[in-house]
Design a protein around this ligand. Structure first.
Ligand code: IPE
Ligand code: IPE
Ligand code: MG
Length: 247
């Protein structure tokens, strides 16, 4: 466990995998070289989660805003995704990984949509690690989607406005059934959320590192987990209340 306390491990880690382009540029390589190297790190971090027993890992792979990138880069990213998802299915089965895609998937190619649905179905009974891949994902769009669904239910008389609570709302997000992230890591030193898990990260601990994603290895991940284990999560209470358990 490398100095980690098992009882204080985050149940759910979410990562904004940023800095592939800068990593490549510093090496005078095309941006895609950063994306390729980044995929190796995805494998390494998944492996580490399985090894130390983290139950949920959510990776921000492509935002809704990323559609506005040069079409060549978008195309390459989609090809990489398609290729590696296909390649990884046997290993997901072998390792007991349950796969789930979150985001506005109708914006993806029909082919990729089918592939995602296929992998979700095949891995649905696995239970060692739930791997959520955020694709064409935007937190605001997700909140609007939930709002629209609930508004429709109100119109149909299935719920009253008073019955709309946080639980009901959460059930209409893409992450329904998945616990909120305990730890959110962002690589490459950007201090922003970039429209990721806006609702779900209300009380998530943030960890920002200047390391770019293609350099974010197992050791860097363990460092982030150790940092997390030093935190006191108060959820609005006082330290005193937490220590004594008296409310
Ligand atoms: C993250 O790296 C990968 C995606 C957003 C798809 P970037 O491609 O954003 O790399 P930088 O931020 O330009 O360095
Ligand atoms: C966030 O990174 C999205 C992903 C990592 C997939 P960006 O590189 O798109 O974020 P901004 O544009 O710098 O905020
Ligand atoms: Mg970026």
């Amino acid at each position: 466990m490398e100095g980690l306390v098992r009882e204080r491990l985050p149940q759910h880690v979410a990562i904004i995998m940023d800095g592939n382009g800068r990593w490549a540029r510093r090496r005078h390589l095309p941006r895609v070289a950063g994306h390729r190297k980044g995929i190796e790190r995805v494998r390494e971090i998944i492996e580490t989660c399985l090894e130390i027993g983290i139950g949920y890992l959510t990776l921000y792979a492509f935002s809704k805003e990323n559609w506005r990138r040069p079409s060549q880069e978008v195309r390459t990213l989609m090809e990489l995704l398609d290729h590696h998802l296909r390649e990884e299915l046997p290993s997901m089965m072998e390792k007991g990984i349950r796969f789930r895609a979150i985001g506005d998937r109708w914006e993806l190619s029909p082919h990729l949509q089918e592939l995602l649905a296929h992998i979700e179905r095949r891995t649905s009974s696995n239970s060692n690690l739930t791997l959520c891949l955020a694709l064409s994902y935007g937190g605001r769009a997700e909140i609007l989607k939930a709002t629209r669904e609930i508004a429709r239910m109100v119109l149909e008389g299935k719920v009253s406005p008073e019955e709309i609570d946080e639980d009901l709302f959460s059930q209409h997000l893409y992450t329904s059934g998945i616990p909120d992230p305990d730890l959110l890591i962002r690589t490459s030193g950007e201090y922003r959320i970039s429209n990721f898990l806006l609702w779900q990260s209300a009380y998530t601990e943030l960890y920002i590192t200047h390391t770019c994603w293609p350099d974010f290895d197992r050791d860097a991940f363990i460092r982030a987990l150790k940092d997390y284990q030093q935190r006191e999560r108060r959820f609005g209470l006082t330290t005193e209340q937490l220590r004594t358990g008296v409310r």
